[in-house]
Ligand binder design. Sequence first.
Ligand code: ADP
Ligand code: MG
Ligand code: ZN
Length: 484
Amino acid sequence: MVNYETVVGLEVHMQINTKSKVFCECSTQFGAEPNINTCVICTSQPGAIPILNKKAVEAIVKTGLALDFNINKQCTFARKQYFYPDVPKNYQITQSEPPLCSRGKLTISVGGKEKVVNITRIHLEEDAGKLVHEIGSRKLGYSLLDLNRASVGLMELVTEPELSSPEETLEFLTELKNIVGYLGTSECSMEEGKMRCDVNVSIRPVGQKELGARVEIKNMNSLSGIRDAITYEVERQKEVLESNGKLVQETRLWEAEEGVTKSMRSKEGALDYRYFPEPDLVPFDLPDSFIEELRKQIPELPKARKARFIKDYGLSEYDADYLTSTRTIADYYEGALNYSKDKKVLAKPLSNWISTELSAKLNAAKVCISESPVSSQNLAKLVSLILNGTISGKIAKTVFEEMYEKSSDPETIVKEKELSQISDETVITKMCEESIAESPKAVAEFRSGKERAVDAIVGLVMKRSKGQANPQIVNRILLEKLKV
Ligand code: ADP
Ligand code: MG
Ligand code: ZN
């Protein structure tokens, strides 16, 4: 029996987060009516000249800087020829040599072990249009062409073949999505096709240096699909080798429903893109000042922010992970903490409110935390009201409901509805006495040694006070009364 190891390399296409396309002024809006966002440039009318979107170059350079890339100042474009109706020009404008960014890296951590994954390049490329073969579930029998996506800017990132399992691959993509999300250079949403992956998979006997023949699985658009496709492909390749077969370099497609990959074309059928310099876009050099300005704009990245949350606020690894999972959650959290003088005291309960109560509401309504009806300031106020004993945790949930419905201030709600916790001992004593008088059975049980019988009386007092009596004081006074 030979032991094999898995080798994976990725080509990731991420839609650059710009308002307009990369070579014209058309909108990049998702889900528009077909062919609404088009013009003479992105539909390739004769004589139309592409004009480079500066913001797209900025996004790629920024992403490159965050991933430790060398930025190539020389900016050149090339034509990549292929004949398919989704590219009306019959070529795509892309970058060949040099790409904007060369030799970067990303550190991932799987099973407690850190690993540096080398990334070959990031370059700019324009997207193709989309062929539509069915509308809803109705097969058309002919194809329609939607050019809304044609010429939308993409950054294409290519890794070295250094990932060695489905877990590492998913961790790499998740980490990449996090960083790019923090930078805001792409939304990376796989559901909207804003992040698509070609996954290259091969195996080789453990210890062998030389790489095995690779299979390229095209156009993957979900993490679970990528995991399943790699797992399937590795098993398939092992079976071929173990039955003395030979693996060939080929392109395969993942059939999600059947859970298998199917051959699409072999190396012999591989496309020759016949790259040549794009004559309509003049090469130019990026000024140093342009690059340095972008370097300054790079925010604190997820790993660093998580480490700081743990150190500064005393949060657990788990809580810090959740709170830094997106920049908007982290900003909301720190925004809330900034309203408090004692951040460490507020840190943990505030984290709990965000990860449970608030996120449940937001998820149910599919609202992003940056648009939360409960502002970070109001959530901080609510948690402070609990911490300083003004309201109980139970009342806080009622207050929170109203805050969410009406975006209102918790202090106002507590005042208007007279929800403050009752801590006045004379008032509580009176309620305790009344409740004891009503509960002869529980009192007898308590006095015969069944201490838990007091819970029923606590319940009565809480009901009398409409949930507002301070439970610690109620407990103490009841025990004092019952023990005499
Ligand atoms: P192409 O442009 O033809 O797709 P590249 O050499 O640019 O070829 O490689 C594309 C991707 O394939 C890269 O992400 C690289 O890491 C990966 N790759 C190359 N060889 C292998 C291999 N033997 N096994 C797995 N991945 C590989
Ligand atoms: Mg490829
Ligand atoms: Zn256009």
